[in-house]
Design a protein around this ligand. Structure first.
Ligand code: AMP
Length: 116
């Protein structure tokens, strides 16, 4: 799929609306359209990266920003004290359905383990 057709690139450009909760020049965070927990936010890089499997050493700073954004949003959502789950689904067996790297921030309820 080309980046022009990528769903999350289109959300990052503003072409497709989303409930954005944070954005800066590097990352965008918006509420998942089909939430799996009371808080379910996706944190993505603005620029297209297909998955963690295709990330390069040069993406290290960006990946750190994504994680730290999730931690800050967890505090803002009031779920940091009780805890939360951060998930990066990668590839077919990982359950990745949108091929633009995204971190799931899930919280507001107790999570099970192991994941399905
Ligand atoms: P994954 O299965 O890890 O690739 O996660 C993709 C996530 O994107 C799923 O949780 C979907 O509910 C979510 N999603 C799909 N389309 C949209 C959209 N237009 N706005 C917000 N979230 C979406």
């Amino acid at each position: 799929m080309s980046e022009a057709q990528c769903l999350f690139c289109r959300i990052a450009s503003g072409e497709i609306p989303a409930t954005v909760v944070f954005e800066d020049e590097h990352v965008l965070a918006f509420r998942d359209i089909d939430p799996k927990a009371p808080t379910h936010i996706l944190v993505i890089p603005r620029n297209h990266v297909t998955s963690l499997a295709t990330a390069q050493a040069g993406h290290g700073d960006l990946l750190g920003r994504i994680l730290l954004t999730a931690a800050e949003l967890a505090r803002a959502e009031g779920i940091a004290e009780n805890g939360y789950r951060t998930v990066l689904n990668t590839g077919a067996d990982g359950g990745q359905s949108v091929h633009h790297l995204h971190l799931h921030l899930l919280g507001g309820r107790a999570m099970g383990w192991p994941p399905g």
